[in-house]
Write a protein that binds this ligand. Structure first.
Ligand SMILES: [Zn+2]
Length: 1302
């Protein structure tokens, strides 16, 4: 995972590191690195040192060949390391570039190590008690603990220091880990206390000191305490060099006990014979203590250099002069002597209450010779030309040493000559190196200021030879260079964090460059909690190294600019100890944090329907709206309804995105539902970041949803959307078919069935009597979703009949379930694919052959392994038995009740009861008498009352039983009514609920909306109504509403239609105008439907039926019948006698033939009307009659035939004007005597239009051509309609076709 990497690319090329490790001082180590020429041309290389700051230490050397390097060959970069100062660490940065412009960077590291030589003892004591104890010998070991060999040298006169002598010679080579045993001899005899301090010089390391104290006493004398002799050095405080050079240094940080001047004595050329030619020199010793001091010089045993006085008391803060005389004994000789003096003083220590004697040693080298002036001395020596001292700070002394060796057998005289104003001190300044011997020279520097100090000293050897030694050292302060992000005059550096998400961790990189030769200890002083630093803010940077350092940012507050100034306290380290004053660097650090703001486009996504187990992808764009670069991780929560959604999968590709501010990226969301139902996926995110330990952490989920995805898991489903009654003896509207066959349950099962869980559904054929011929219904099946659905049906045999043998081929037979039940139900087709624009028609054909209930099972198979068991029940009654069947089956199939009427919610305290109607039909071909037995007996003002006590239902007729419902309380009501027809007594359950006044009343029977494409499914080559259902707005009682519809004839036949009037006594009257007519082929007829509400307010659904007769077919039949009649008559008159006998000719012996045509039977179309009328007294606003009449009928805009109608013009109404006039005349007379039309007639009279004469005039005049159905709608339609029935005394129940339209 790539996290937070918007830092500028610091390293264009990789940095190679060359680490030499620890290397002994003054040795050379080499390492090679190879660079390959990857280009296609020869290249030259060169090396450059970058970051040249300090030129004192040139310990590394990188070299590369100057020759051109061929392609694919490698060039060697040779790195050489030669440390000159022990105990240092070195870093340098180099760059190698080639002529092609490639650069290679090298970081070279190395450390130097020096020897580690110590003495086993620091103090030796000798105790001699005359004639009792003679302890004059002590052993001390020189131990080398390091892996490098070195040389050592005791700094003392050849004859030993005072009375102490070293047995093993005063110099030598000590090998790695070697131990050299040395014996110290004490040779004094006089009584007294003897002290000495021996210095062991070791090349490349500090000197070691050995203190000695010896006593010689007589027996019986009290023992001298030797413990109170203290040799004045404080190792903890000072380098051991200080002790050696204490007397030579000019600017000590402390005042020594005493000091001597001169530091060395050069007596020049002396004379053995002429004493006057020997110079005398003086030494001045100053006592810096508050006590009296005592100095004792150790006399030269050879008596060459004589000091006078040999001992003296020096009072406090005073000086004394001593004279040194040179008395050579031999001609042509060189003399050197290390004059040692022991200055001591007594000091009363308050702590221990003892007197301590403190010793300070002076070592004054004295040289002189007795050379003649013209003598040339052969001289051969070896010493380095450059001496580099370890780094230091101003006013701190630094030390080093080197070796001057004499290559000849003869002794060599040397003397250093310092330049004026030197910063260096050399000890010893002069002396004599024995033949083949050497002298370790110690060098110290006292820098007064910062800077590099280069001095060239003269070294005079044997008077005439001169050499130069360059002394190099530098003094530095704690100097750190920082690369800054910005500029602020008040601080040395400015760093700025990248904008960071609050709660995350971020960092800024700083590069600390230690430009000194010393390690620097850096401490970060910080007072704010939001800032952190690597290594807890305490680091040591090795010399010259560039350190990559991180500031850490822990913002916790939102939208805050963080700013602070921190202090970097730097101090240089020498030998791991802080030296000199710390230096402070002020650094300003700023940062900013805010909350993450990740936005998504689009924010709301609806994937709509997704078939279960199908993947649907959508791409969204996520956008970093905040100013921080951050990494987000998207995650989602899924919720839903219906089926279990835990199996639904959402894939986010990719869920982890690192975005810079104002950047965006695309993320693909893929959804795979595992079950059906609506789902909501909320997408949120968390922020990922790397913490200071390089671990990836996550900020706790942000509860805010940034994106919502909706989808619906679906199973491809079908649904019955419309039913059609094609052939049925009972006039059933599609709505009735829907209710009778139980489509709701079927549809519910189609939606509810799930993979591998078959459901069982009951479908009912309309109950009818045993009868010949089929009953055909159609289910129009459409898609529920916009997904095509393949389905198939097969019969599952559930009866007990045996299988029968069926011959398939000449000799192949097969057992089949071809039992007698098979023919009772026929479903076609048996399979198909339903898509959105292509609904399927499922034809259901029923045979009522067997009495009683017969059930067949079909298995309907749907995609996703879903199946339904359809149990199709066909109930055939006995013909002779009177029976009633409800048009709506009880939702719960109970045997207790014949029908259940749900009255719904009705406002309480209505003045008028609401009437609901329960519909029955008589499936038999005999009259049935219905009688209310029980139910209304409870009280006069019962809430639910049946309004019909007795009715006779014709064969295949329908019966409306009204129930009045007037609730008084807001509770549920329920009443059971018993009734009888024929011989059966059955119960009817009526339910209802009281509601608030003006509560929304549910009109329970309104069918669902059916899409146009579904409605059009069965409109080819048939006659159909443009409307199958009309829900009429709530009307007051005694009012009317009008509507239009069309009968459409899509066949090539001429069709006659007659509307069967629909009236329910006292409740409603539905009149269709024109009530009869003829429709030409491929045309349609407009019908105005007028609904009159009568005095009883009621809410119910009823059916209006139209009888259709195919006149073309009937003419054909009649012509055929006429032909048959004529030919029969003709045949009856003719006879033929042949040899076979006498016979009459057949009617079809010669053309024209008489066909066997059945008499065409009328068939029916019907529509349902949902009516709701309210009582006049319950506050329902009464509409003025004028307003009612002014209302234009709403056109059914879904019937596209509207335009066709006007284009084709009027058709078919064959009534003559005379007929109309006659009818209207009669009607008006009739109407004036009718209570129902009285108001309307009065209204007309008042408005003066149209009186009878007006009408007649209008019809007969020029307006005649405009007298279409539209003009005659309204009152005229109603009047005409009514008149037709009255004048001609029509009875719609009798299907006698009086109208011979042709
Ligand atoms: Zn059977």
């Amino acid at each position: 995972m790539e996290l937070v990497s918007d830092e500028t690319d610091e390293s264009v090329c990789e940095i190679q590191e060359v680490d030499f490790g620890s290397v002994p001082v003054d040795t050379v180590v080499e390492k090679s690195v190879w660079i390959e020429n990857t280009s296609n041309e020869p290249l030259s290389y060169r090396v450059a040192l970058i970051y040249v700051i300090n030129t004192v230490d040139q310990v590394f050397n990188l070299s590369v060949t100057s020759a051109r390097v061929k392609p694919r060959e490698s060039v060697e970069v040779l790195a050489r390391f030669k440390p000159k100062v022990p105990g240092q660490s070195y870093t340098d940065y180099y760059m190698v570039d080639d002529t092609a412009g490639n650069t290679y960077r090298f970081t070279v590291f190395g450390k130097s190590i020096g020897p580690d030589v110590t003495l086993s003892e620091k103090k030796l004591t000798f105790k001699i008690c005359k004639n009792v104890l003679e302890q004059r010998k002590a052993v001390v070991n020189i131990i080398n603990r390091s892996a490098m060999e070195t040389t050592y040298q005791w700094l003392l006169p050849l004859s030993g220091q005072g009375y102490f002598q070293i047995s093993t010679g005063n110099c030598g080579l000590i090998r790695a880990y070697e131990t050299i045993k040395t014996t110290v001899l004490f040779k004094a005899t006089a009584l007294g206390v003897y002290t000495a301090e021996l210095a062991l010089l070791v090349l490349h390391q500090p000197p070691r000191f050995l203190n000695m104290i010896a006593t010689i006493i007589l027996p019986g004398n009290p023992m001298f305490t030797m413990a109170n002799h203290v040799f004045g050095k404080n190792i903890k405080r000072k380098n051991q060099f200080v002790h050696l050079m204490e007397n030579s240094l000019n600017r000590l940080t402390y005042i020594p006990s005493a000091s001597v001047f001169n530091k060395y004595l050069d007596f020049g050329v002396g004379s053995v014979s002429d004493v006057s030619r020997n110079i005398s020199q003086t030494l001045c010793v100053t006592n810096h203590e508050e006590e009296n001091g005592y100095i004792q010089w150790i006399p030269d045993p050879d008596n060459i250099f004589l000091i006078d006085p040999i001992e003296s008391i020096i009072p406090a803060k005073e000086s004394r002069l001593f004279t040194v005389r040179f008395r050579p004994k031999l001609e042509v000789e060189v003399y050197g002597y290390l004059m040692c003096g022991d200055f001591s003083y007594e000091r009363y220590e308050k702590d221990s209450e003892e007197v301590q004697i403190k010793h300070t040693w002076f070592r004054i080298p004295c040289i002189g010779n007795t050379w003649s002036h013209c003598t040339e001395w052969a001289t051969e020596w070896e010493c380095p030309s450059e001496v580099i001292l370890p780094p230091t700070v101003p006013n701190r002394t630094t030390y080093g040493n080197f070796m001057l060796s004499n290559k000849l057998e003869t002794a060599m005289h040397f003397k250093f000559e310092a330049p004026i104003g030197t910063n260096y001190v050399v000890v010893p300044m002069c002396g004599v190196v024995q033949g083949r011997g050497w002298q370790i020279i110690s060098v110290a520097m006292e820098p007064k200021t910062l800077g590099n100090f280069y001095e060239t000293w003269d070294l005079k050897l044997n008077k005439h030879h001169k050499a130069y030694i360059q002394l190099t050292g530098n003094a530095e302060s704690s100097e750190l260079e920082l690369m800054s992000h910005g500029y602020n005059p008040d601080t040395q550096a400015v760093y700025e964090f990248p904008p960071t998400i609050t709660g995350c961790t971020n960092y800024a990189t700083a590069y600390f460059h230690n430009v000194t030769r010393m390690s620097i200890h850096v401490r970060i002083l910080n007072s704010v909690p939001w800032l952190g630093a690597d290594d807890c803010g305490s680091i040591v940077i090795p010399p010259k190294q560039i350190l990559c350092y991180h500031w850490w940012f822990f913002p916790k507050e939102v939208n805050k600019v963080y700013q602070t100034t921190i202090t970097c306290s730097c101090v240089v380290l020498i030998n791991g100890r802080p030296i000199a004053e710390p230096k402070e660097i002020f650094i300003q650090i700023t940062g900013f944090s805010e909350l993450p703001d990740l936005r998504v486009l689009p924010k709301l996504n609806n994937f709509h329907d997704i078939v279960v187990n199908e993947r649907v992808s959508r791409t969204i764009t996520i956008y970093n709206y905040c100013s921080c670069f951050f990494t987000s991780k998207l995650y989602y929560t899924l919720n839903g309804m219906d089926d279990d959604w835990s199996g639904d999968r959402m894939e986010i590709d990719s869920e982890i995105n690192s975005l810079k501010p104002s950047n965006h990226c695309e993320v693909k969301l893929t959804v795979t539902p595992d079950g059906a139902g609506p789902r909501q996926v909320d997408i949120s995110y968390t922020v990922l970041y790397r913490n200071e330990f390089d671990q990836i952490e996550e900020i706790q989920p942000i509860t805010k949803t940034i994106c919502i995805v909706w989808y619906d898991g679906i199973y491809p489903s079908i649904k019955v959307k419309r039913t059609i009654s094609v052939k049925c003896p009972v006039i059933l509207s599609n709505h009735c078919v829907w209710n009778i066959t139980n489509v709701d349950e079927f549809n519910k099962a189609l939606m509810d069935c799930r993979p591998n869980v078959p459901l069982a559904v009951n479908l009912h054929a309309p109950d009818l009597c045993v009868r010949p011929g089929e009953v055909e219904l159609i289910f129009v099946i459409g898609c529920v979703y916009d997904v095509p659905v393949a389905w198939s049906l097969r019969r599952e045999k559930i009866c007990d009949c045996a299988m029968i043998e069926v011959q398939k081929g000449i000799s192949t037979y097969e057992w089949r379930h071809n039992c007698v039940h098979r023919s009772l139900v026929e479903l076609t087709p048996s399979n198909g694919i339903v898509s959105t624009g292509n609904p399927a028609l499922l034809h259901l054909k029923f045979n009522y052959t067997y009495e009683g209930l017969n059930t067949l099972c079909y298995v309907l198979t749907l995609p996703n392994q879903r199946s339904l068991y359809l149990y199709i029940h066909v109930f055939a009654n006995v013909i002779s038995k009177g029976i009633l069947t409800p048009l709506r089956r009880p939702a719960v199939d109970t045997n207790d009740y014949l029908a259940v009427l749900e009255c719904g919610k009705v406002p309480i305290n209505n003045l008028d009861p609401v009437i609901r109607i329960i519909w029955f039909y008589n499936p038999t071909e005999v009259f049935t008498t219905w009688r209310l037995l029980r139910g209304n007996t409870t009280s006069q003002d019962s809430v639910i009352k049946c309004l019909l006590y007795f009715a006779e239902v014709p064969p295949l007729g329908k019966l409306a039983i009204p129930f009045a419902f007037m609730p008084t309380e807001m509770v549920d009501y329920e009443a059971t009514f018993s009734c009888s027809f024929g011989y059966d007594t059955v119960k009817i359950l009526v339910k209802g609920q009281g509601g608030l006044p003006n509560c929304v009343e549910t009109r329970l029977d309104i069918p669902l909306y059916v899409e146009k494409v579904i409605r059009a499914a069965y409109r080819k080559e048939v006659i159909y109504l443009s409307l199958e259902h009309r829900t009429i707005p709530i009307m007051p009682t005694h009012s009317l509403t009008r509507d239009t519809l069309a009968i459409c004839n899509d066949t090539d036949h001429i069709i006659r239609f007659i509307w069967l009037p629909e009236r329910i006594a006292n409740i409603v009257n539905v009149v269709m105008t024109p009530c009869w007519g003829v429709i030409q082929p491929k045309s349609c007829e407009w019908i105005t439907m007028t609904v009159y509400t009568l005095q009883e307010p009621a809410t119910f659904t009823t059916t209006v039926a139209c009888e259709l007769l195919d006149l073309t077919e009937r003419r054909r039949y009649q012509q055929n019948e006429m032909l048959r009649k004529n030919k029969t008559e003709k045949c009856n008159q003719e006879f033929i006698i042949t040899e076979e006998g006498y016979f009459r000719p057949g009617i079809n012996d010669e053309p024209p033939y008489v066909l066997d045509i059945e008499k065409p039977q009328p068939f029916y179309l019907s529509l349902t009307i949902s009516i709701s009328s309210k009582g006049q007294r319950d506050g329902y606003p009464r509409m003025l009659l004028k307003q009612q009449w002014e209302q234009t009928p709403p056109y059914d805009l879904l019937t596209s035939e509207l335009h066709d109608y006007y284009q084709r013009g009027s058709s078919g109404n064959s009534m003559t004007t005379l007929d109309i006039i006659r009818i209207i005349d009669g009607i008006l007379w009739d109407a004036l005597h009718s209570k129902m039309f009285k108001n309307q007639i009065q209204y007309y009279a008042k408005e003066d239009i149209p009186t009878c004469s007006h009408l007649i005039t209008a019809i007969e005049s020029k307006a005649k051509s405009n007298l279409s159905r539209r003009v005659t709608s309204g009152i005229c339609d109603a009047i005409v309609n009514k008149a037709i029935y009255h004048v001609y005394n029509l009875n719609p129940k009798h299907e006698i076709s009086i109208f011979e339209a042709e």
